[in-house]
Design a protein around this ligand. Structure first.
Ligand code: NDP
Length: 246
């Protein structure tokens, strides 16, 4: 295991859930963290928590990952502040589950924009620097729904399969570049993710579902494991789901 002292980690979607937990774990390993999302107030609270608890710097950059220029600014401001971008955690995502017959086309677009285009913008903004550095690590947060399709997850799954395809392609293309790639696929985790679902049929279906979800920390530990391996070890895929999730 290598610690992350003097490394810089950008985490998108750091204002809640899994991203917030990842920020804590990477800071605990010694990384300076750059916290990105739209809700600056939440990010500022997290930055305060992190600087109080760990001997690292935490910088907040308000970012909408659907805006290419925001993500470019996220990386350029990180480089100005810390000189390097060692880790880019493409975690921001939305899961607006719906049945196709209910035609939530605006939500389909939002998922494509955040979950696919947002991840592409993260790659676009950070990869050239990592290639130039001949080192770096991009972690893409996909999902168990990026390996299987569930009722109502059709479009969400399509976006998360896309994330997995991006990770697989990057892993092959970048194998000699010094840049590592990890695709992380969580199962059900207790976060704000399901709060934004609007399809009444899905909300009804969820009322009858019983599952003990994971905690965000359970996923953050997996990310910390992947990014603290020696530089010759490339952890390409991690799937973590609750014991009882089928
Ligand atoms: P949360 O809803 O708690 O967190 C989602 C994060 O994404 C928030 O920080 C939110 O920040 C950010 N986000 C959403 N839209 C944008 C945007 N346009 N620009 C920037 N940031 C944005 O959910 P999770 O922590 O659970 O989700 C994190 C990732 O994990 C997602 O990619 C999700 O698909 C994936 N995942 C989660 C699972 C679960 O069961 N929870 C299972 C499998 C995968 P803000 O609103 O402040 O912008």
């Amino acid at each position: 295991m290598t610690n992350l002292k003097n490394q810089t980690a950008i985490i998108t979607g750091a204002s809640s859930g899994i991203g917030k937990a990842i920020a804590h774990h990477l800071a605990n390993e010694g990384a300076n963290v750059v916290l990105a999302a739209r809700r600056a107030e939440k990010l500022n609270e997290l930055a305060e928590e992190i600087t109080e608890q760990y001997n690292v710097e935490a910088k907040v950059i308000e970012t909408d990952v659907t805006k290419r220029e925001d993500v470019e600014k996220l990386v350029s401001e990180t480089k100005s502040a810390f000189n390097t971008v060692d880790l880019f955690i493409n975690n921001a995502g939305v899961m607006l589950l719906s049945f196709l017959k209910n035609d939530h086309v605006d939500e389909w677009e939002q998922m494509v924009d955040v979950n696919i285009k947002g991840v592409l913008y993260g790659i676009h903004a950070s990869l050239p620097t990592m290639i130039e550095q001949e080192s770096g690590h991009i972690v893409n947060v996909s999902s168990v729904a990026g390996h299987e399709v569930f009722p109502s997850s059709t479009v969400y799954s399509a976006t998360k399969y896309a994330v997995k395809a991006l990770s697989m392609g990057m892993e092959k293309e970048l194998s000699k570049s010094g840049v590592r790639v990890t695709n992380v696929s969580p199962g059900a985790v207790d976060t704000e993710l399901t709060d934004h679902i609007t399809d009444g049929d899905v909300i009804e279906m969820f009322k009858n579902r019983s599952m003990d979800p994971l905690e965000a920390d359970d996923i953050a530990r997996a990310v910390a494991y992947a990014v603290t391996q020696p530089s010759y070890v490339n952890v390409n895929e991690v799937i973590v789901r609750p014991m009882h999730q089928k």
